[in-house]
Design a protein around this ligand. Structure first.
Ligand code: 9MG
Length: 283
């Protein structure tokens, strides 16, 4: 039976893996920093990702790469609002807003965003209440520390998959306790957010541990430094490595992949899915 996720006026079919295209509207986002600050550029980029098969466009106004600096609410709103509005009005896109800020969540929802993507898992003051009020689905991601310091010396007193599982289980429970229904939650291990390369590799290898939470799994591996460190590739040469990770992530339960290169990942994901679903209908 299809698993549909209500996302505002869109319904997202999660009975097969979907691709979320990254639209950074920040001057310092890693890998495509500064290119998309102009709204027109952003729209053209989004249009191309939709044409390549993206089911969702993720719009972020505050870079969360390691070492990035926080932005003010107004700066974030100025960057995000115009882009969300035009994505919704002109492209009728399913837009995810990548923010931890309650005001940005409310404004983006009012402009027609269909999902909230919070790398801080609604831990900021007022974030849980704001998300609840929008009625939108929320992706809860694991991060240890903050972008400014999370990569200085990541360490855990337990296996990484246990730490991430425990954190996400606690955040899901907190959301449910506040009245945010489980059916509106997605979870994400947060690759690269307070984790060493070894932590990231082990987390992907053992990602089925998160399947126990029985919530849609969103992962972001595209162009990340674990690819760079294993293959010795600069950020603009990490597509092949990223395709290998995307296929492994789908095989280990990921249902939404947050990526830069939508077209190539669509093919890798669809090939992987063709193998995984083979024979299911006859089981
Ligand atoms: C904004 N952002 C950057 N990396 C991400 C990841 O891996 N997951 C999610 N949900 N958001 C991310």
């Amino acid at each position: 039976s299809p698993t549909w996720l209500p996302c505002g006026r869109h319904r997202l079919d999660l009975s097969y893996p979907r691709v979320m295209g990254i639209l950074n509207v920040t001057p310092d986002s890693f890998s495509d920093g500064g290119h998309h600050i102009a709204v027109d550029d952003a729209l053209r980029h989004a249009e191309r990702m939709l044409a390549e098969g993206a089911a969702i466009i993720d719009v972020g106004g505050e870079s969360t790469r390691p070492g990035s600096q926080p932005v003010t609410t107004q700066q974030e709103l100025d960057r995000v609002a115009p882009v969300v509005e035009r994505l919704v009005c002109e492209l009728d896109a399913l837009v995810s807003v990548d923010t931890s800020n309650p005001d940005v969540m409310r404004q983006a929802a009012a402009l027609g965003a269909g999902m909230i993507n919070d790398v801080r898992a609604l831990q900021r003051e007022g974030a849980l209440e704001a998300a609840l009020g929008t009625g939108l689905p929320v992706c809860l991601m694991h991060m240890q520390g903050e972008p400014q310091d999370m990569q200085q010396a990541p360490r855990y007193d337990e296996p990484i998959e246990e730490a991430v599982h425990g954190f996400l289980a606690a955040r899901v429970a907190a959301c449910e306790a506040a009245g945010l229904r489980r059916e509106r939650l997605l979870i994400d291990p947060g690759f690269g957010f307070g984790k060493t390369v070894e932590h990231n590799l082990r987390l992907l290898k053992r990602m089925e541990r998160l399947a126990e939470l029985e919530l849609p799994l969103l992962v972001g591996l595209s162009r990340k430094s674990l690819i760079g460190k294993v293959l010795g590739r600069p950020v603009e040469e990490r597509l092949s490595g990223g395709l290998a990770l995307a296929s492994l992530a789908v095989e280990r339960g990921a249902r939404i992949l947050r990526v830069h290169d939508v077209g190539p990942v669509m093919d890798a994901v669809n090939m992987t899915w063709a193998v995984l679903r083979e024979g299911c209908e006859h089981d």
